[in-house]
Design a protein around this ligand. Structure first.
Ligand code: ATP
Length: 213
């Protein structure tokens, strides 16, 4: 019997500006696929790969809190927000690895983010610490053939990563939800309703705090 807890710990980073149903449905499906229950949501503070968020950190976290309120095993980890300087995933994963020595860490990314992985700081070291689950996303297609770095690590259909293993990539089909935070911000700037794109409590929060107008 392995000393590892058999259910992976999902680590899901994002700007969440704002969090939307695409994030929620993708992660829920990913949990089903990997038999996972615990998800650490990691809102980024100063994203190294993109421009700064529009909503304040406090609002982004408050919306995330509302979004996961019904899921006791989903938690928010604010370390990337509190870190001074760029918040690189490799630093967070090193810390999480030390804090959860008996868990299989699984970094969850959408396909758009996965395609950019080689531009991340010390990206290859991520595979020494964790596996990576790539969630399908409308508007993005898997490269054919996959680049070598990806093909060598891809687990293949139906193969579950072994407890404690790192270095794998698992592509996971999730419900195609064609929603992005950028669309939502654009809709709100045009005074369009976003109630089909975010949970109701978040639509209310956005309205109440007049975000993204
Ligand atoms: P923006 O439009 O501002 O770039 P976004 O909608 O891509 O934001 P992020 O917070 O940047 O949201 O995304 C966090 C993670 O969630 C990324 O790995 C991204 O690929 C993934 N993701 C976002 N939306 C979806 C979706 N609809 N389906 C699958 N994955 C998604």
């Amino acid at each position: 019997m392995s000393e590892f807890d058999h259910t992976p710990l999902i680590v899901f980073g994002g700007t969440f500006d704002p969090v939307h149903i695409g994030h929620l449905q993708a992660v829920t499906r990913l949990c089903e696929s990997l038999n996972a229950t615990n998800v650490i949501w990691l809102p980024v503070g100063e994203p190294p790969h993109r421009s700064s968020p529009i909503a304040s950190t406090q609002h982004r976290v408050a919306m995330l809190r509302l979004a996961i309120a019904a899921q006791p095993l989903f938690t928010i980890d604010a370390r990337e927000i509190n870190r001074v300087g760029p918040s690189y995933s490799i630093l967070t994963l090193s810390e999480l690895r030390a804090e959860h020595p008996h868990r299989t860490l699984c970094l969850a990314v959408g396909l758009d983010a996965a395609l950019n992985l080689p531009s991340w700081h010390r990206w290859e070291e991520i595979f020494d610490l964790a596996g990576v689950a790539v969630m399908h996303r409308p508007g993005w297609t898997f490269p054919n053939p996959l680049p070598d770095w990806w093909r060598q690590r891809e687990t293949g259909d139906g193969v579950m990563p072994l407890p404690g293993s790192t270095g794998w990539i698992k592509s996971v089909a999730v419900p195609p939800v064609d929603v992005s935070s950028a669309d939502i911000r654009l809709d709100l700037a045009k005074k369009k309703s976003v109630e089909m794109k975010v949970p109701l409590a978040i639509a209310q929060y956005i309205r109440e705090h007049q975000l993204y107008e």
